[in-house]
Design a protein around this ligand. Structure first.
Ligand code: DGL
Length: 281
């Protein structure tokens, strides 16, 4: 009986949640590293970008979507969104019993890696202004210069699939040139949407600049979490992730077709399972 329950909890899916398509960059790595696991992905694209919304709005959305995830019987939840992690991870951990893996900009490894001592952190306005990022700078930034760059507009462009578009490269140039002129030699990707812009960032920054991207670290953190709690799935062949979106299904389908390269199971996030709470912005 206990054995059967344990087997059931191991086989349960892992929830992955982002404001939109950015967390797919994390899902790609998780699915590669943990091929036996089932994943349920939720994109709150109808409400993206989160980065310029109030903390109260982000927290309410996060609570609603975590409630939906609980109804999917997930064994763990990955917040594949720096903004949700910075703003709402603590309340989610208080409200739910399943383990929650949250993200934070990789300032510590970036500082250790930088030769010039100047590190650029790219994130959404909400992440860059968060207490969580300030704490990271205070803990790990001593003796270095940490340049914090909010990048409004980029999440919208990635949501629209405009990854290599001129407008995106132009906006990126504007965000990257000043810190590069200040001597930044290491760039922290502090927003999962920006992982899809890494090639464009590399082109602008040039070969002498390193880019620190979080998905491998999250895969390791998720593995540690599974070891400590719900355990690993043992399926013989990989399960296909199920995707839910709060927004037009066709947007997520075409983004997936361009990135994953195959047809995917995309469903509408049922409004009844994730009721929108009234929030005054
Ligand atoms: N992918 C989210 C993050 O990592 C983007 C948040 C937004 O929608 O602005 O912060």
């Amino acid at each position: 009986m206990v054995k059967a329950m344990l087997r059931d909890s191991c086989a349960a899916p892992i929830g992955i949640y982002d404001s939109g398509v950015g967390g797919l960059s994390i899902l790609q790595t998780l699915a590669r590293r943990l091929p036996a696991e089932k994943f349920v992905y939720v994109a709150d694209s109808g409400n993206a970008p989160y980065g310029d919304k109030s903390a109260a709005f982000i927290e309410h959305r996060a609570l609603n979507i975590a409630t939906f995830m609980r109804a999917q019987h997930i064994k763990a939840l990955v917040l594949a969104c720096n903004t949700v992690s910075a703003v709402a991870a603590a309340s989610l951990r208080r409200a739910f019993q399943f383990p929650i893996v949250a993200m934070e900009p990789a300032i510590k490894p970036a500082v250790a890696h930088s030769q010039s001592g100047v590190v650029l952190v790219m994130g959404t306005t909400a992440t860059i202004a968060s207490r969580a990022v300030l704490d990271l700078c205070e803990r790990f930034g001593k003796g270095s210069r940490i340049l914090l760059q909010g990048c409004p507009g980029l999440v919208d462009l990635v949501e629209q699939g405009l990854i290599d578009a001129e407008v995106t490269c132009h906006l990126l140039e504007g965000y990257l040139r000043p810190p590069l002129l200040e001597g930044a030699d290491t760039i922290v990707i502090g927003c999962t949407h920006f992982t899809f812009l890494v090639d464009a960032i590399k082109r602008i920054a040039g070969p002498g600049v390193s880019i620190v991207e979080p998905s491998e670290a999250i895969a390791m953190q998720l593995s540690r979490t599974l070891v400590q709690g719900p355990g690993f799935a043992t399926a013989e062949w990989p399960a296909t992730p199920v995707y839910f979106t709060y927004g037009p299904r066709s947007n997520l389908e075409s983004f997936l077709a361009n990135t994953v390269g195959s047809r995917c199971d995309v469903r509408a996030l049922p409004a009844s399972s994730a009721p929108l709470l009234e929030v005054n912005l």
